[in-house]
Design a protein around this ligand. Structure first.
Ligand SMILES: Nc1ncnc2c1ncn2[C@@H]1O[C@H](COP(=O)(O)OP(=O)(O)OP(=O)(O)O)[C@@H](O)[C@H]1O
Ligand SMILES: [Mg+2]
Length: 319
């Protein structure tokens, strides 16, 4: 069989990737992940679901117990020396020198990169500081940085060079809403320049706002992966009726087999019937019963609906 060229391969592909820590904890369980090039890929899961462990294996920081991980078309951790210079990474708790200023931390990071030209170092550092909004705080010692500022500095280090792939472990951890918005804008900008961005998060909302693709983890296992649109459409939307006669509407809908009815002010929502044709019958039944229907329709499912359908309402933190 002809071997695929590296450029045609996904940015990340894992096969049955598994990590069992020494204590016996199965942190990642036979993970098959495919991250298309050019995607903004959200790696979603609650605390302890195996996100950081997966990212550490992808970056060659820990060895998998079994299974394989390919990054930018090459086997990790074996090809780390070739692959890692093409990847920018921000992993849980970036290692910073507290006694150095933010700027000098970046200078050090840049100097540690043998491919970085010292003559253009200052320009790279300034550009990275600017991108993450740290220009004003650049002269402050890193130990005096807030959590959010440290996070920004770690991100700046990952952005010193243009990269094919950015791997960001909970990039908005510790950031305020304004900071989160800035990171989203930054990620969108990077993606529009062609960088593949793989970011982990336990915030559904954040994933929905910035990602094209998503994988959902729970307790070390992959529940699903695909485009955000696919996942959202896999959850059926809900029937929504606006009426002043909510009690009567609930009675009629229940009688016609609509489940999971809820009332919120003048809005009654419930599970959509399986057959679209039944929708018209439902509407007719409401009108026949004297329910004054102000609006009748369906609401599109959100990623959250899909998520709840998958996990059965929020998911428990791994023990
Ligand atoms: N070094 C380690 N030794 C033993 N067990 C570990 C180690 N690191 C993580 N674990 C365990 O592996 C599981 C997955 O942890 P991991 O840090 O990968 O989760 P996570 O999804 O990144 O969580 P969070 O959202 O809290 O960052 C957890 O049960 C955790 O307790
Ligand atoms: Mg983590």
């Amino acid at each position: 069989m002809e071997e695929l060229s590296a450029a045609g391969e996904p940015a990340i592909a894992t096969h049955a990737l598994t990590k069992r820590y020494r204590g016996g904890q199965l942190a990642v369980d036979r993970l098959d992940l495919v991250v298309p090039r050019g995607s903004v890929f959200g790696f979603l899961g609650p605390n302890g679901s195996g996100k950081t462990t997966t990212i550490r294996m992808l970056m060659g920081l820990i060895e998998p117990t079994s299974g394989t991980a390919r990054v930018l078309g090459e086997e990790m951790p074996r090809a780390g020396r070739r692959v890692l210079p093409r990847v920018g990474a921000l992993i849980e708790g970036p290692a910073l020198y507290g006694f150095l200023t933010g700027r000098d931390n970046l200078v050090r990071f840049d100097a540690a990169d043998p491919t970085a030209d010292p003559r253009t170092r200052k320009a790279r550092v300034d550009a990275a500081l600017d991108r993450v909004g740290l220009v004003a705080a650049a002269g402050k010692k890193a130990r005096a940085y807030s959590l959010g500022m440290k996070q920004r500095l770690g991100l700046a280090a990952a952005l010193l060079q243009p990269r094919e792939l950015l791997v960001l472990d909970e990039p908005t951890n510790g950031l305020d809403p304004q900071g989160m918005r800035e990171i989203r804008t930054l990620v969108r900008g990077l993606a529009s320049e062609g960088t593949t961005v793989f970011l982990s998060s336990h915030l559904l909302d954040e994933i929905e706002q910035v990602c094209t693709h998503v994988a959902v983890m729970a307790q070390g296992r992959l529940l699903t992966q695909g485009t955000v649109a696919e996942l959202a459409s896999s959850a059926r939307g809900r029937l929504a009726v606006t009426t002043p006669d909510t009690a009567e509407a609930v009675r009629v809908l229940k009688e016609h087999g609509v489940n999971d009815l809820t009332v919120d002010d003048d809005r009654v929502t419930g599970e959509l019937p399986v057959v679209a044709r039944e929708l018209a019958d439902l509407n007719a039944a409401l009108v026949r019963a004297g329910v004054r229907v102000r609006s009748f329709g369906t609401e599109r499912a959100s990623l959250e609906d899909a998520f709840v359908a998958l996990t059965g309402e929020g998911f428990d933190v791994a023990g």
